[in-house]
Structures are given as C-alpha cells and as structure tokens.
Design a protein around this ligand. Structure first.
Ligand SMILES: Cc1ncc(COP(=O)(O)O)c(C=O)c1O
Length: 401
C-alpha cells in the first residue's frame, strides 16, 4: 500500500444532491431520508479516489469542455487495469465506450438480436435492468433459466436449461460476479456457461461490472481468459463506475475481440447508426481511476472495508435474527437477505423493514419472481450506518429472538 489510509468512515451527507439513492427513497419506499437509512440502488456513499477528483479539478481549472479526441491513453489505462488486476490482455481496437453498461446491454440486444428472438438470463435473481432493456427492445423475449439456491449459494443446472431451450434464443447475458447473491463463478461454472452458449449457438454477453469488488479469498476469472474458442461469440462488458463510485459519469466499456461479425455489428454498425460518442467527463475520470498506485490502492482499501461491513452485517447482525439469512457474499456490496424462515408475508417483512427499521432496501421481486422472500441491502456506506441498520433490524424483528 503506497497511499495513505482512506477514511471510508466519513459520513458525507448526500441529501439534496440529486442522488437517486437518497433523494428518491421517500418517494419509492416511503422512508424519509432524514430519519432513514438508504440501502437500495447500487452506488456507494464514498468519494472516489483523490486522483479522480484531481482529474475533474484540472478540467474545471482549464474551463473548456469541448469534444473529446485521441482516446489512446484512455484505452491504455483500461488495458493496463485488465492486465495487472485481472490477467487479461485487451486489444485497444476491441474497446467501445458506451454510456454505461445498461446502455451497453441495450446495444448488444439491438445489435445481435431481432424481434422474435429470445435472450437467456440466469434468474432469479439477476440485475433487473437486463430484463428491462430486453423487454423494451420490441419483440424480444426474456427467457429465464433458474439458478438453484443450494443452501444459500446460487448454482447452475445446465441439464434443465438444455431441456428448456426452444431454438429461438440468440443471446445469453451472464452476470459475473453475480448481482444479487454475490457469487464469484468458478472456472468450471464459467466453462459450463461457455459450453451452453456454444451448444445453442448464442452470443455470450458477460457483464463483469462487479469484477473489482471481490471479497478476500475469492478470485474473479474474466470470461475472456477461458481457453476453448469462445472469442467469436463473446462480448465482454466492464466499467470503472461501480468500482470507483462514479456511476453518474455514465461510461462503460464493451470489449469485443472478434474482428469479424461481432465487432462490426456493434461498432461500425449500431454505435455508428445511433451517433454515439463518449462523454469527456467520464473518460477523464475513468483514465485517472485506472492508475497506479492511487486508483489501485484505493480499490484494495475499499474491498477490505466492504469485507468488514459484510461481516458486521451478516455474522454479527442479520444472521443472528432467527428466520433471517444473508447470503454469503463472495463479491459485490449487495447483501441478499432471505426472510422465508420468518414465516411472514412479503408485505409484513417489507413493512417492518421500511416502517419500523426505516431502511430503504430493494424489493426481491425486482430481480425476478423467485426473489419474493428477499430484500437486497447495499452495504457500501460508513460502517457506523451498517451497525445502525443492524440494530434497527434487530429491533424491528425483535419478537423473533
Ligand atoms: C450487473 C450490473 N450491470 C450494470 C449495472 C449498471 O451499469 P451502468 O451504471 O454502467 O449502466 C449494474 C448496477 O448495479 C449492475 O449491477
């Protein structure tokens, strides 16, 4: 570690800053921000590293905000990060910059599927915006292949998926690491997904936005590093925004090594047809973030802090409440809590969380129908607030003790 310790304990008031997480929580969950704890949408209550703030400051000091050009150093920064942090060699020509990865997903659906096609998601649960963009694309169908909840750990069942395929499916979207549930997929599991995509001739879109937020003891394997010839069907998606907490800068990368059809359809095809070019603020921030040593040290410190929050929330808190069970996170800061064994209806446990504990947490069904008995809690906030959330949940479900 070469940078000074980062103070993730600092309580930064975000109310009144157009923060969706804090300024929309009352409207969506009925929990007033000044008395409540916001634990829903996936951004963090921490400032990004100083090196990102400095990059923005130098833009402000210069004071001219014209069109961005010459992205060589930006692409070098991405290549450096993927190589040093993930052991993945990326070609500069493979990188396309989108306005974030929801946009990247929508672009893939647009580029690689037609009305009448199906897009496979491994659900429930999975990040809800996948289904939203597929359904909104017009005529495309979300094809849900259920993960198996094996004692609090999501796993695949490829035999069942093979049996359920109809032939209309053209694409599969993988969430790796998985949100919610926090699985870091093993090499065997990733090979299983790749083989499934090959067997059914699907374009495989691998959303790896959570790849830097991996808890100690786990290793993320980029889908692109698997041997075995999936390059010609693989689209990788990564971003600085989740890692460094700058989602509002709306910048993401779609990385396509296949120089044939996949790259041409995406870049020269749909990106060009839609007139998409990048936002200079996002590019400046992303390049600064992917830097040695500051950006990299900051992430190491962040992950250690999130791991502490996760332990406090799970081991010291939620799992001690009879009937509640927080899935062991291997990655992400998004705790996925199962209320099945409380015997309560969804209305009841949601009401207690929102009205008694005054916590805004994502409702499980957002992530697919099987999410009925779950709430998702965002732990990327100062530890004191996580401790307060645990105390409030213990009080709200005190009659179960
Ligand atoms: C798996 C996954 N993909 C994409 C996103 C959002 O990406 P973006 O903000 O770049 O659109 C999220 C946000 O939580 C996510 O969990």
């Amino acid at each position: 570690m070469t940078t000074p310790p980062i103070n993730f304990d600092e309580d930064i008031n975000r109310i009144g800053t157009h923060s969706v997480k804090w300024d929309m929580m009352e409207k969506i969950y009925g929990v007033p921000a000044d008395q409540g704890i916001s634990m829903w949408v996936a951004d963090m209550d921490f400032r990004p590293p100083a090196v990102v703030q400095k990059a923005l400051q130098s833009m402000l000091d210069h004071g001219i905000y014209g069109y961005y050009g010459d992205d060589a150093s930006y692409k070098d920064a991405i290549r450096w990060w993927m190589k040093t942090r993930h052991g993945w060699e990326v070609d500069a020509g493979a990188i396309f910059t989108t306005h974030g990865l929801v946009h990247g997903t929508a672009m893939c659906v647009d580029a690689y599927t037609q009305p009448g096609d199906g897009v496979v998601l491994f659900t429930p649960p999975v990040y809800h915006a996948f289904a939203r963009v597929i359904s909104a694309a017009g005529g495309r169908e979300v094809v849900e292949m259920p993960l198996v909840n094996n004692n609090g750990r999501y796993e695949y069942d490829f035999d069942a998926y093979d049996a359920a395929m109809t032939g209309k499916e053209k694409m599969v979207i993988l969430c790796s690491p998985h949100n919610p549930g926090g699985r870091v997929w093993t090499r065997e599991e990733l090979e299983g997904v790749a083989a499934f995509a090959k067997r059914h001739d699907l374009v495989l879109v691998s959303d790896e936005i959570h790849h830097d937020l991996v808890m100690p003891g786990n290793t993320h394997i980029p889908m692109a590093t698997l041997p075995g010839g999936i390059e010609d069907r693989l689209v990788m998606m990564t971003a600085t925004t989740k890692t460094f907490n700058m989602a509002g800068s709306h910048v993401g990368n779609v990385i396509i090594h296949d120089e044939g059809g996949l790259r041409a359809k995406f870049g020269g095809g749909r990106m060009a047809a839609m007139g998409i070019s990048a936002n200079s603020f996002g590019l400046f921030m992303a390049e600064a973030a992917y830097s040695p040593p500051e950006g990299a040290d900051w992430v190491d410190q962040l992950v250690a802090y999130l791991d502490g929050n996760r332990r406090l929330f799970d081991e010291g808190g939620i799992n001690a409440i009879p009937g509640l069970s927080s899935m062991g996170l291997q990655a992400t800061y998004l705790a996925w809590v199962d209320f099945t064994n409380t015997g309560m209806s969804r209305d009841e446990f949601t009401k207690r969380t929102e009205q008694q504990a005054r916590i805004a947490a994502n409702h499980g069904p957002t992530f697919g129908l099987g999410g009925d008995s779950f709430l998702r809690f965002n732990l990327a906030t100062p530890r004191a607030r996580v401790a307060q959330a645990v105390e409030r949940m213990q009080a709200a479900f005190g009659d179960l003790q």
